[in-house]
Design a protein around this ligand. Structure first.
Ligand SMILES: Cc1cc2nc3c(=O)[nH]c(=O)nc-3n(C[C@H](O)[C@H](O)[C@H](O)COP(=O)(O)OP(=O)(O)OC[C@H]3O[C@@H](n4cnc5c(N)ncnc54)[C@H](O)[C@@H]3O)c2cc1C
Length: 408
């Protein structure tokens, strides 16, 4: 187990500087254009693939860094560049993690390379869990997967919503109900291979922020996938369902679980994205406050402005520390007894919203225009308090640990 550290080692600093260079030279200059276009920035993803930032190998290397700081460092730097473009680069990772967490060796080897494609022909993947009536309340999911034993195929029907890369992905990972009596314990994940008949894109959402990231509904109409597309395989699923049924029988009631705690280990990564956006806005505001003069002196010479910057910086550093702590706990298998993963995401995402709003204030009229990036950063920051569990759900999970209720 690595000791908890607040300092990056030399190797990490080298990677961070390299990522920062890519974020500053490639991502940031493209940010305003793709925000306006509201389209997936394929050329930027391709650039990322060419230099090795868009690949499973790179993320796996960072993920298995025993200090836990690899992934937060990557997220902070890329999202410092631009949140929408960065999500287009890391969004495939959501689906890849779904396969890594539940798939067999063979499934991992078959499907993950198809999620990324290669630098000459980049692909993206989508993770489809949320539904119109099942957002925070995952247990209300309706998309149904039924096994057709004669053909060894699963038949999937339902509508997914809010899927990052939904409909444009080469590979979709779809969560569906296999036993409606078991609530979220009766869910299973499936690979939907490229060009599978019956899968189509529904409406593409026009969003407030992260507009360079594609978000859409995914409609599944009698989608048939081979038995081999059930992540983890049928035997493992049957065993898991049998255990869940037994527990439900003993408990005497339908298993109801809002699946609020499943994401403790992945939430710090979203916290790190928020830190990246907050830091970006803070840096623009600091620079502006030092150079903009009113009443014959830089506006930072007013305590009212300088104190705002002091608060912004303090909150960003505090957010990063919570993120790093939770990431270190995750990789070192520490139990999240106080929902430290949720704490990090809650604090960092609320910080990003607050700091980006303060940045607009410090830039005055300029901050309110699209000539300066803080307006976009503020729109982008709002997503962090919504996806991967809203701030209210984070509070709910944290509160449960305080009151002694089980969070799993
Ligand atoms: C841009 C974007 C990208 C996304 N990407 C993906 C993706 O790739 N894959 C995917 O599966 N999903 C994705 N999501 C979905 C996201 O995870 C959900 O939006 C989120 O979980 C909230 O669900 P909801 O929108 O249905 O809100 P609801 O659950 O309807 O919540 C509405 C409000 O009620 C509050 N609330 C709900 N329950 C409680 C409670 N028990 N106590 C207190 N307050 C409560 C919420 O906090 C919120 O303020 C994405 C969403 C967005 C906007």
């Amino acid at each position: 187990m690595a000791e908890f550290t607040m300092e990056l080692n030399d190797e990490q600093k080298e990677v961070r500087d390299w990522l920062h260079g890519f974020a500053a030279d490639v991502i940031r200059p493209a940010a305003a254009e793709w925000d306006e276009r509201e389209e997936t920035p394929w050329p930027v993803i391709q650039e990322a693939a060419k230099v090795g930032i868009y690949s499973l190998d790179f993320y796996a290397q960072q993920y298995f860094d025993s200090t836990g700081l690899g992934i937060p460092m990557v997220m902070e730097e890329l999202f410092w560049g631009d949140a929408g473009i960065a999500l287009s680069i890391v969004g495939t990772g959501l689906a890849a993690v779904g396969v890594l967490a539940n798939g067999t060796e063979e499934q991992i080897g078959t499907w993950i390379p198809q999620m990324y494609g290669d630098a000459n022909d980049v692909k993206v993947a989508a993770f489809c869990s949320s539904e119109p009536d099942a957002g925070s309340d995952v247990a209300s999911m309706r998309t149904r997967a039924v096994y057709d034993e004669a053909k060894d195929e699963w038949v999937i029907n339902g509508t997914k919503t809010w899927a990052t890369n939904g409909g444009i992905a080469n590979v979709h990972v779809v969560v569906a109900v296999v036993d409606p009596e078991l609530g979220s314990k009766g869910h299973a994940s499936f690979i939907v291979p490229p060009n599978t008949p019956g899968l189509s894109q529904g409406q593409k959402f026009k969003k407030h922020g992260i507009r360079a990231s594609h978000t859409a509904e995914v409609v599944l109409d009698n989608v048939r996938v081979p038995g081999s597309c059930l992540l983890g395989g049928k035997e493992k699923l049957d065993e898991r369902l049998a255990r869940a049924r037994e527990r439900a029988r003993k408990g005497g009631e339908r298993v109801k679980n809002a699946a609020m705690a499943t994401f403790e280990a992945s939430r710090p990564a979203v916290g790190a994205m928020a830190v990246g956006t907050a830091r970006a806005a803070y840096e623009v505001a600091l620079d502006y406050a030092k150079t903009r003069e009113q009443f014959g002196r830089p506006i930072i010479d007013n305590q009212g402005v300088a104190f705002q910057l002091a608060d912004m910086r303090t909150q960003i550093d505090a957010a990063r520390l919570l993120v790093w702590r939770a990431s270190w706990m995750a990789i070192n298998g520490k139990p999240f007894t106080a929902a430290e993963g949720s704490m990090s995401k809650l604090f960092a995402s609320e910080t990003a919203k607050k700091v980006t709003a303060q940045a607009i204030q410090i830039l005055g009229g300029n901050g309110y225009t699209r000539e300066y990036p803080v307006e976009r950063m503020h729109r982008d920051a709002a997503i962090y308090t919504i996806f991967e569990g809203t701030s209210e759900i984070q509070r709910l999970v944290i509160a449960r640990t305080l009151s002694g209720m089980p969070i799993r």
